[in-house]
Design a protein around this ligand. Structure first.
Ligand SMILES: Nc1ncnc2c1ncn2[C@@H]1O[C@H](COP(=O)(O)OP(=O)(O)OP(=O)(O)O)[C@@H](O)[C@H]1O
Ligand SMILES: [Mg+2]
Length: 367
């Protein structure tokens, strides 16, 4: 059974999987500011944030610790009141809703957390039933039907009667996801949902989130400190720094051409690190006869078709040697860096015709 078949049949839009960047606005953050006051200080947690999250997006929010990510996410379902601006959810001003309508709007917004937030004294099935009961759905047959369906969706059909303490971290997060989807929300908010999980479990949870997005059309807003998570699942990303929006846009663009220093710092672990043995031998000056120049060439995703080896030889000459490389393919765009050694003698002509290469230094012939 596919994810879409498992989700309710009365969900009309489930049949149309979203296409990247094609959706209309679902969540509009309009000039939102929010501060916290502690005894001695005032913290501007969010300052004049403008963002548009489209239907069908898997929208990443990144930023250093304390940048305001959780506050922003919690403003979307009004877990956090804001000082100024508007949060429009499907055109509805969430901050101004009276309690009953707020409850109804929140049922369209599921949320999952880093530490799962499951009720330990309740079985998996009872955890899943909680949002239904809170929404006034009391029919036991209906509760059982939806619970079984959601457990099937997240691959835990045999864990219905188990208590959370007997589940692994990945299984707990699957229960968290199932619970968040019980009311068939339009959007799933994920605050560091994979941070407590090992890499393999992270990958399986990300695959589940992606299939929920693609097959059910659930929009996802996802906070993470792991840039690889953004690369793997998000189509758009926003970078927060000190409560302000540093930049936002399609992941491939932001990752290939980060404009803000905060983004560059966050992405630094993804950039090519020169191997230690080469760095130790690198000289700023040509070495002399048989010396090699070390060049770094950055692909920013604008190259179009995959890079042909012939094009590389054209660019750097037939004696060029590929020393290190890191190339990722994001949303159909290749980006990354190549480290190339060429004979010092050919350096002037290469840099004259290709000024976009960076000369890192010079090494002796045997790189
Ligand atoms: N309840 C609160 N009372 C006072 N200050 C708060 C409160 N919640 C958050 N803050 C402050 O607001 C700022 C933004 O916090 P927030 O939790 O949104 O950051 P974050 O980007 O989610 O950080 P992290 O990556 O560590 O989770 C921080 O300076 C934080 O200390
Ligand atoms: Mg946080």
């Amino acid at each position: 059974m596919t994810v879409a078949e498992t989700f309710s049949t009365n969900r009309l839009d489930a049949a149309a999987p979203p296409t990247l960047d094609a959706g209309s606005s679902l969540i509009r953050i309009d000039n939102v500011s929010k501060h916290y006051c502690t005894r001695h200080t005032r913290v501007e947690a969010l300052a004049e944030i403008d963002l548009d999250i489209r239907r069908g997006d898997i929208f990443g929010i990144i930023g250093r610790s304390g940048a305001g990510k959780s506050t922003l996410l919690r403003a979307i379902n009004r877990l956090e009141p804001i000082d100024q601006g508007r949060v429009l959810f499907d055109g509805i001003d969430i901050q101004r809703l009276p309690p009953r309508q707020l409850l109804a709007a929140r049922q369209r917004i599921g949320m999952i957390f880093q530490h799962f937030n499951l009720l330990n004294s309740a079985t998996v099935a009872d955890n899943l039933a909680l949002p239904l009961k809170a929404a006034g759905i009391k029919n036991r047959h209906e509760i059982h039907r939806r619970t079984a369906r959601m457990l099937d969706l997240v691959g835990l059909a045999d864990k219905s009667a188990v208590y959370p303490a007997h589940l692994s971290g990945g299984q707990k997060q699957r229960v968290g996801i199932a619970r968040a989807l019980m009311l068939e929300p339009d959007v799933l908010l994920c605050d560091e949902a994979t941070s407590a999980l090992d890499p393999e479990t992270t990958a399986s949870i990300l695959a589940l989130i992606r299939s929920i997005n693609r097959e059910l059309g659930v929009t996802v807003v996802l906070i993470t400190h792991e840039m690889a998570v953004i690369q793997q699942v998000c189509n758009r990303v926003a970078v927060l720094e000190g409560g302000r929006l540093a930049e936002s846009g399609p992941v491939w663009q932001i990752f290939a051409r980060p404009q803000h220093p905060a983004t560059r710092a966050l992405l630094a672990p993804l950039t090519l690190a020169l191997a230690e043995d080469i760095r130790e031998r690198l000289s700023p000056h040509p070495i002399g006869r048989d010396g090699q120049a070390l060049l770094q060439w950055s692909l920013d995703g604008s190259e179009g078709d995959p890079l042909s080896l012939a094009a590389l030889a054209d660019r750097f000459g037939p004696e060029a040697k590929l020393i290190q490389s890191r190339i990722e393919r994001l949303q159909g765009h290749a980006h990354g860096q190549l480290l190339i050694a060429i004979p010092d003698g050919t350096l002037p002509s290469v840099t004259a015709t290709h000024p976009d290469v960076e000369v890192l230094g010079h090494v002796a012939a045997s790189v």
